[in-house]
Structures are given as structure tokens and as C-alpha cells.
Design a protein around this ligand. Structure first.
Ligand SMILES: C[S@@+](CC[C@H](N)C(=O)[O-])C[C@H]1O[C@@H](n2cnc3c(N)ncnc32)[C@H](O)[C@@H]1O
Length: 423
């Protein structure tokens, strides 16, 4: 039988790619053929804890190692400090991973010494880490911690960063048009899955799964009895309040979580159009539509900055959801690398795109029509400030209401939504 590749080395090579190219590790992770859960946890953990690991490396290593050996060292440190893995296995396998790389014998000795020291001095190390500035001890970009402290105050900014560092739960929304909720919960129990009811929404039923259950193994996956979705996704759909018989556009729809929720509220009556710009995302939207048996929804490829290229001039909608691309600062718990991609420049470019989408799609609204602008970000520039500025420049519309989920308070992902009505 062919010998399996060292899993620590696979994890380190993915971390190396990310460090070198800032390449989103999800793509490499999706292609993994072995030890999927372990490698996923190590890679996400290293990426999330980047500043803590960098702090420790700077403290103990005089000359910065080559990037691949830095990645191997971080993979080892993450296991020793943050995972329930036998220290013995963590050290030996990680040192072996270094030896398997060209020029790895010297770095392997250094890595061995550092990992053994971390094992011996673990308690002191954690004490010393606790006295570091918040951005290091909570491993977030310094400018972002500062901006959150200004926006939300010191205590909430710290609570938010702590929330982001906890492991994310898998949460299901029951597709109540496909299955009776009580029957679904019985089926889960028959499969030895005891779900917890999430209290956030009063319109939808969200269930928190116990850890470690692959979603595809949950009863009713193939039948389309549920979507995997955080309760914060209901903030925007509740504000939009789509009704049976209406014409509704979901203009940035893939992978279709909110499209499915809208479809449920419309009870298959009316017209629902799901649009997205990107082919790969539309493919996932189509797969979800098929699994959830939502073939009555129309899918179109189109740019929400130029919807006139897709829809004729007289095409109007009663309700439009604009779940625009954003900086994702409300969902760092789920997306390990997203925190490292936020910069002041990106805030500027993304808000320009968001404003453009809002302006262009507002022209598709019918008289008295409703539009919900939403993000999964917590930055005022993408949310309250953008909507207020837009309304000030568009006298034909009024801001009716906003909704927001702030993770440490809501116990959900972060979300913002604003309901705008055409006068
Ligand atoms: C926040 S995600 C939408 C999530 C989705 N509403 C859901 O609940 O599953 C934003 C989506 O906007 C799409 N997108 C980005 N730029 C776009 C544009 N100019 N026009 C239309 N869609 C765009 C992205 O491909 C992405 O799928």
C-alpha cells in the first residue's frame, strides 16, 4: 500500500502558500484526500492565531526561518499550544515534516528544540501572552482592533475578537416547506444527533448541531430538508418580508442561503429571480436549488452594477435583496483568513462597489417597492454610513428601518440590513 504523506507537512504546505501568496486556503483544503478534519483544524487554527504564533517565533527565534520552515514551526506550535494532540506525536511528526523538505535537517533541529521548549513552558507562555496588547493576544490586525474600539468601545471590541476566536458551530435552518420540524428533529434523534434550538429567530427554526457531524450525513440532506445557515441571515429577509405572489429579485444571490429563505416565505407563488456575477458561485447556487427542489426560481448571470444588461427597461420588482459583497468582518469566526484581508484601502474600494450596486438596482424597483441592502460586515462605512449617504443623494427613496446583529450580543454571525422604500 502507498505510504500516506505526512499530514503535518500537507498542513504546513497550505499555510506556506497562504503566507507567500495570501491565497485563500479553502481551495487547497477542499481538494484534500486524507486526514481532512485534522488538516482543516490545523490550517484554520494557524491562520487564525497568526499573530500569537508570530509573537512566539519572534521571542524565541533569532533569525527568521525560510517561509516553509516557519509554516512547519507554526503547525507544530499550534498543535502543542492549542490542540488536544499528544505532544509526543505532534513533535515527532512535525520535526519529520521538516526533514522531508530539501535543506530541512538544520531547521528540523531548531523546530524540535522550540517545540520541546513550548511543551515545557506552556503555562508561563500563556501568562506572558495574556499581558501582550489586545491585537496580539487576540490575533487580529492592529488597525482593526483600534477601529472597533472607536466604533464599539473597548469592552465590546474585545468581546467581538474573543467571539471570533471560538470554534464556529454548524447551524441548520429547517426548510419547513419540505419537512415538518418535529418530524425532522425526531429523525435527527433516531440518528443519535441531539440538536440545540437556536433562540435568535422568531420566524425560522435554526438548530445547532453537535460538533463533528458532517452535514452530508445528517438525515434529510439529499431530500433538501434543511440549509446550512447562520440565524443572522434572517435579519435581511425579515426586513424584506417577501410575500406569496410578489416579483422578487435577489441580486447577489449565490450560494443561495437567503434565496432559499425568501423562497420559503413566498410559498412557491410569485416570481423569484436569483442573480450572481460569478460562474463558480452560480454553479453552487444551482446545486443548492436542485437539492432543495427550488426549480421554480429563475437563475441569471449578471452584474448588479449593470442590471439593465440583463433586464428590459420596463422590468420592475416588488422587492429586491442586495446582499452585497463585503469585507466579512462579522463572520471572522467562520472564515479564518478574512481578518487578514481587511485594509483601509479595501474598505474604500468595496464601499464604492456597494454604492454602485445600490444605485443601479434601485432603478429596478416598482412604485412603493421595497429594497433591502445587507452585509455581513460590522464597519459603519459599509453599513449605516453608506445607506445614510445614499438616501441623502436619492430623494425618491426613504429609509424605513435598519437591523443589526452584533455577534457577542446576538449569539450569531454579524449582519447589517437596511429596508429602503421607493416613495
Ligand atoms: C455576500 S455574498 C451573497 C450570499 C448570498 N446572498 C447567500 O445568502 O447565500 C455576495 C455575492 O455577490 C456576488 N457578487 C459580487 N459582485 C457582484 C456583482 N457585481 N453583481 C452580482 N453579484 C456579485 C458574489 O459572487 C457573491 O456570491
Amino acid at each position: 500500500m502507498k505510504k500516506q504523506k505526512n499530514s503535518r507537512l500537507i498542513a504546513a504546505e497550505i499555510v506556506f502558500q497562504w503566507l507567500e501568496h495570501q491565497d485563500f486556503p479553502d481551495r487547497s483544503l477542499a481538494k484534500l484526500k486524507q486526514d481532512h478534519a485534522f488538516i482543516l483544524e490545523v490550517v484554520n487554527g494557524v491562520v487564525r492565531n497568526r499573530l500569537k504564533l508570530q509573537w512566539l517565533e519572534t521571542k524565541w527565534v533569532k533569525n527568521e526561518p525560510k517561509l516553509i520552515f516557519k509554516a512547519i514551526l507554526w503547525v507544530g506550535l499550534y498543535q502543542i499550544l492549542f490542540m488536544k494532540v499528544e505532544d509526543y506525536a505532534a513533535i515527532n511528526e512535525t520535526v519529520q515534516a521538516a526533514k522531508e523538505r530539501p535543506g530541512g535537517l538544520g531547521p528540523a533541529k531548531l523546530i524540535n528544540a522550540i517545540l520541546r521548549r513550548a511543551q515545557r513552558e506552556k503555562d508561563d507562555l500563556f501568562k506572558s501572552l495574556e499581558s501582550q496588547p489586545d491585537y496580539i493576544r487576540l490575533s487580529h490586525p492592529e488597525f482593526l482592533m483600534e477601529r472597533w474600539k472607536k466604533t464599539y468601545g473597548e469592552a465590546d471590541a474585545v468581546a467581538l475578537a474573543e467571539w471570533n476566536n471560538e470554534p464556529p458551530s454548524t447551524i441548520l435552518r429547517i426548510e419547513q416547506s419540505a419537512v415538518d420540524a418535529a418530524e425532522f428533529i425526531d429523525k435527527l434523534r433516531e440518528a443519535d444527533i441531539e440538536p440545540l434550538l437556536h433562540p435568535y429567530s422568531d420566524k425560522e427554526i435554526f438548530l445547532v448541531l453537535p460538533r463533528g457531524i458532517p452535514v452530508k450525513k445528517v438525515p434529510g440532506y439529499d431530500e433538501g430538508w434543511f440549509t446550512v445557515q447562520d440565524p443572522a441571515t434572517s435579519v435581511s429577509v425579515d426586513l424584506l418580508a417577501p410575500r406569496p405572489g410578489e416579483t422578487v429579485l435577489d441580486a447577489c444571490a449565490a450560494p443561495g442561503g437567503k434565496t432559499a429563505m425568501i423562497a420559503g416565505r413566498m410559498d412557491r407563488r410569485g416570481e423569484l429571480v436569483a442573480m450572481d456575477l460569478h460562474d463558480d458561485r452560480i454553479r453552487v447556487l444551482e446545486e443548492n436549488k436542485k437539492r432543495l427542489k427550488l426549480d421554480w426560481i429563475a437563475t441569471v448571470k449578471g452584474d448588479a452594477r449593470k442590471p439593465q444588461a440583463v433586464f428590459s427597461n420596463d422590468r420592475k420588482f416588488d422587492a429586491i435583496l442586495l446582499d452585497v459583497p463585503c469585507l466579512n468582518t462579522g463572520v471572522f469566526k467562520r472564515r479564518a483568513d478574512a481578518r487578514w484581508r481587511v485594509t483601509e484601502e479595501r474598505i474604500e474600494t468595496i464601499t464604492k462597489l456597494q454604492y454602485e450596486i445600490l444605485t443601479a438596482c434601485s432603478e429596478l424597483l416598482a412604485e412603493k417597492g421595497r429594497l433591502v441592502y445587507s452585509t455581513c460586515s460590522l464597519e459603519p462605512e459599509e453599513n449605516e454610513e453608506l445607506v445614510t449617504r445614499w438616501i441623502a443623494n436619492h430623494s425618491g427613496f426613504r429609509l424605513v428601518k435598519t437591523g443589526k446583529a452584533f455577534p457577542p450580543d446576538s449569539g450569531t454571525d454579524g449582519a447589517f440590513a437596511a429596508l429602503i422604500r421607493k416613495k
